[in-house]
Design a protein around this ligand. Sequence first.
Ligand SMILES: [Zn+2]
Length: 123
Amino acid sequence: MAHHVLCKHCGRSIHSRQTLAVVGRTLEPLHTSCYAAYAAQQPWYRKPGRPVNYWRSLLAFNALLMLGILLLHLLVKPLTVSVGLGLRPLLVVINAWLLVARLISYWSIERHLPSSQPRGGTS
Ligand SMILES: [Zn+2]
């Protein structure tokens, strides 16, 4: 299948999932090596978040969110059980969005790429 995934930053094709970083709300494909340069070019309101094509982004995000809620609970105002339970739909919605983004990223970009760098070189 000759489907080329082009890097939004340098315009060259991305050869494997190991060098792919899918970022931003619009799920732009980038080389992992181009990611920092691309992120630095964006104005603050368009800064891409962490690449979505890694499961650990999801874990890191949840850990931060939990920490935020915990700090709020300890430092600002103790949350009652009902408020705590009220936060659950929020977590579900946010995670569902991240999962959907992950699936779109996989379907539109990642499945076209081999999971690792092809050996031997094909040029
Ligand atoms: Zn690139």
